[in-house]
Design a protein around this ligand. Structure first.
Ligand SMILES: *Cc1c(COP(=O)(O)O)cnc(C)c1O
Length: 396
């Protein structure tokens, strides 16, 4: 748990304009009340089961296991409604919005996955929904823009800055400042000002709670290793959290190594360990000598963000989880390996976690049980994979 002011050691906290402090206080209060309210918990559980499709299975990956030489189990978050773990959080926050009596939600989105998950949950609970998206991202992810619109959301394209996720978040925060009274900001990862990192984590804890029970049934014991990709870090903390008391269960978060950390074109925050403030929280960020946030790069849009969730920064300092990275090329290879060997197209984000297991697994030995979080499905990435592997003619 973070302390009362939302700090995980030196990380986290609240760096926001005065007008948002009241809204964040209200959110924290209402969230604490909701958590203690059996009716809220029941409706959340029912919706996760009937609308999102929980529990998700934990399954053996026999052909991958044979290839890498250790026992690999997959947590299938990719089977959830809208195709990724993100729906766990948007259902929780939309239920909370209704409870606060607010009729409108806003969200930011990069590749469009969080936007789609928010639009779906907002439709389900009858909330007006506006999604901010960088114009460049909207161009690259046109299908998700149309999905959001079909789900009744308004998509506002953002033309400032690099016209990507960072700019969309700035715009969403600006909207929220002017309309806090009737609007809740559905933040998409374990980032932003307190209480978001804790709240978003709690909505994803169900991943690890289920996995802990399931692994006892499947393997008869706790796993040796948990592996998950880390953008902001919500799917990873969701898996790790229920195991934080288990010292013998190692946790590995995999960041986007892009073209290699030494190339400068990546989104791995841990290797540089540079502390800064971005979008309302103090954490590890990628910045230049003057404190300007740097451009990041990853083949996977969901990992392409300059800040790490503050709780992960703290877990890393404490040695309670460790962090590594894999390159674009390794992730692309893992994408194809999982497709061919197990019949599953993973999201390129999730392929990073799998790529780490393909690389490190042979050193672990056949008695090692590894749980890999398959955070999302890869249908959204097919065009990008074809493009970067040169299977689409240029300009096609
Ligand atoms: C958004 C996304 C991620 C990255 O977000 P986290 O908060 O780090 O989990 C990972 N996988 C998928 C499939 C995503 O859509």
């Amino acid at each position: 748990m973070p302390d009362a002011t939302g700090h995980f050691g030196p990380y986290g906290g609240r760096f926001v304009p005065e007008t948002l402090v009241v809204a964040l206080d209200e959110l924290e209060r209402e969230y604490d009340r909701a958590q203690a309210d059996p009716a809220f918990r029941r409706e959340l559980e029912d919706t996760l089961r009937d609308f999102a499709g929980r529990p998700t299975p934990l399954v053996e990956a026999p052909r991958i296991s044979e290839k890498v030489g250790c026992r690999v189990l997959l947590k299938r978050e990719d089977l959830l409604h809208t195709g990724a773990h993100k729906i766990n959080n948007t259902i929780g926050q939309c239920l909370l919005t209704r409870r606060m009596g607010k009729p409108r939600v806003i969200a930011e989105t990069g590749a469009g996955q969080h936007g789609v998950a928010t639009a779906a949950a907002a439709a389900r609970f009858g909330l007006e929904c506006v999604v901010y998206m960088g114009a460049e991202d909207a161009r690259r992810q046109h299908l998700n823009v149309e999905r959001m619109k079909l789900l009744g959301a308004t998509v506002r394209e953002v033309d400032s800055g690099s016209r990507t996720l960072k700019d969309a978040i700035n715009e969403a925060l600006r909207d929220w400042v002017t309309r806090v009274r009737d609007t809740h900001y559905v933040l998409g990862s374990v980032l932003g000002p307190h209480p978001f990192p804790r709240m978003v984590r709690d909505f994803h804890r169900v991943i690890g709670i289920e996995a802990r029970e399931q692994v006892m049934q499947v393997a008869g014991r706790l796993p040796d290793l948990l592996v998950a990709c880390v953008g902001g870090g919500s799917n990873a903390i969701g898996l790790f959290h229920a195991f934080l008391g288990d010292e013998n269960v190692q946790k590995v978060g995999v960041e986007a190594g892009g073209e290699g950390v030494s190339s400068g074109r990546h989104a791995a925050r841990i290797p540089e360990h540079s502390i800064g403030v971005l979008h309302g929280t103090r954490t590890l960020v990628l910045q230049d000598e003057r404190g300007m946030i740097r451009e990041t790069h990853s083949v996977s849009a969901g990992l392409d963000y300059p800040a790490l969730g503050p709780e992960h920064a703290w877990l890393n300092d404490q040695g309670l989880a460790r962090y590594d990275n894999v390159t674009d090329a390794e992730a692309l290879e893992a994408f194809e390996v999982l497709a061919r060997l197990e019949g599953i197209l993973p999201a390129l984000e999730s392929a990073h976690a799998l790529a780490w297991v393909l690389r490190e697994g042979p050193r672990l030995g056949p008695n090692t049980v590894v749980v890999v979080n398959l955070s999302g499905r890869g249908d959204k990435d097919v065009a990008e994979v074809l493009r970067v592997t040169g299977r689409t003619a240029p300009g096609a």
